[in-house]
Design a protein around this ligand. Structure first.
Ligand code: SF4
Length: 344
């Protein structure tokens, strides 16, 4: 089967060693994509009944068979573990440029096992794994940690980093793993699991490319999708307004999570809508690699006490969490809180 490297990398943090594992063809055939592989590995290898923040809990990163191909929406990675938030199965996903660099290291999955005795920055590439001390990075916010982690691996050209901020280090049970200054694997507390392992960040690079069974069909598919996207009104609206366009829609149908899940609409939602964002901020579209949709927005606050503050976002979920659930009906204040969360 094409599309996979058929190799998994297992990194033992306790003694700074690693090994490669071949994955049988049937696993790829029976479990769907990166999500299937991550779930398979977690169920196969995670011992039952363990504490999610113990060294026994595995932290598994996976990619799917179209990552780093020309297909739109494919630049994503998944994280699988036992959640410190729920005590159950955990999966979380993020986009950005980092998944391409992860893919070029040439593994379908990278598994972190055990716990490092002191903070580590891992360098994973098609040449293997290097273990860098990360005492100097411990305590840095996610933005700065990412910049410094990438600087540390200066020789590599196309590289991407996944990092945690102070929340992950302190085992906050909903901490995230961050990449590309503003992208996060934000669900189920995967950042706390990374923190419990003493890993501040992982830098990926390499030159491996996955094999595609029928490249010309992929080329035709990508072309067709791009043409359709150019004319599609939904795609164009997504490009202009991003996910914040949902604020108006959900308030109008009274499905906007508000007043800590007690209401479906918030008074003054117009002040936290996509239109308010465009009015209060300089907004520029940003895309993951090869994505014509460019749903991401880089927003810079134009006035008030947060003038000049620039973030990637806010997304709809951030707006409903602070705007709806906490009743903060000022888009600039939501951007401020978004920035703090991204750094942590
Ligand atoms: S820019 Fe948005 S739509 Fe495009 S791949 Fe990234 S997350 Fe998906």
């Amino acid at each position: 089967m094409k599309g996979f490297f058929k190799k998994v990398l297992r990194i033992h943090l306790g003694d700074r060693s690693y090994r490669e594992e071949e994955i049988p063809e049937e696993v790829y055939a029976n479990y769907l994509g990166g999500k299937g592989l991550g779930t398979y590995l977690l169920l196969r290898d995670n011992p039952p009944g363990i504490d999610p923040l113990s060294p026994q809990n595995l932290l598994i990163f996976t990619l799917g068979p179209i990552t780093d191909t020309a297909i739109w929406g494919s630049s994503r990675y998944g994280v699988f573990t036992k959640s410190p938030l729920t005590g159950l199965y955990a999966e979380s996903y993020a986009g950005g440029k980092a998944p391409e660099a992860m893919s070029r290291a040439g593994y379908d999955a990278v598994i972190l096992e055990g716990r490092a005795p002191s903070p580590l920055l891992l360098e994973v590439s098609d040449k293997g794994v290097l273990f860098h001390g990360a005492e100097d990075l411990w305590g840095l916010d996610a933005y700065e940690a990412e910049v410094r982690a990438l600087e540390r691996v200066e020789s590599a050209e196309r590289k991407g980093a996944l990092v945690i901020g102070p929340a992950g280090e302190r085992l906050v049970r909903f901490a995230v793993i961050a990449n590309d200054r503003g992208r996060q694997a934000g669900r189920t507390g995967v950042g706390a699991v990374m923190g419990s392992k003493g890993v501040k960040g992982i830098v990926f690079h390499g030159s491996r490319r996955r094999e595609i069974a029928k490249p010309s069909l992929v080329g035709d598919f990508v072309k067709e999708l791009r043409e359709r996207g150019r004319q599609d009104r939904g795609a164009l609206a997504y490009k202009r307004y991003g996910t914040p366009q949902l604020v108006a829609i959900m308030n109008q149908v009274k499905g906007f999570p508000s007043r800590y899940w007690h209401q479906g609409m918030v008074q003054g939602w117009e002040r936290i809508s996509a239109e308010a964002l465009l009015e209060e901020c300089r907004v520029r579209a940003k895309a993951c690699p090869r994505c014509f949709m460019a749903c991401a927005k880089v927003s810079e606050v134009l006035g008030g006490r947060h003038k000049g503050l620039k973030i990637e976002g806010p997304e709809y979920e951030t707006i409903y969490a602070f705007g709806g659930l906490c009743l903060i009906t000022d888009i600039k204040e939501i951007i401020y809180l978004n920035d703090i969360c991204d750094r942590l």
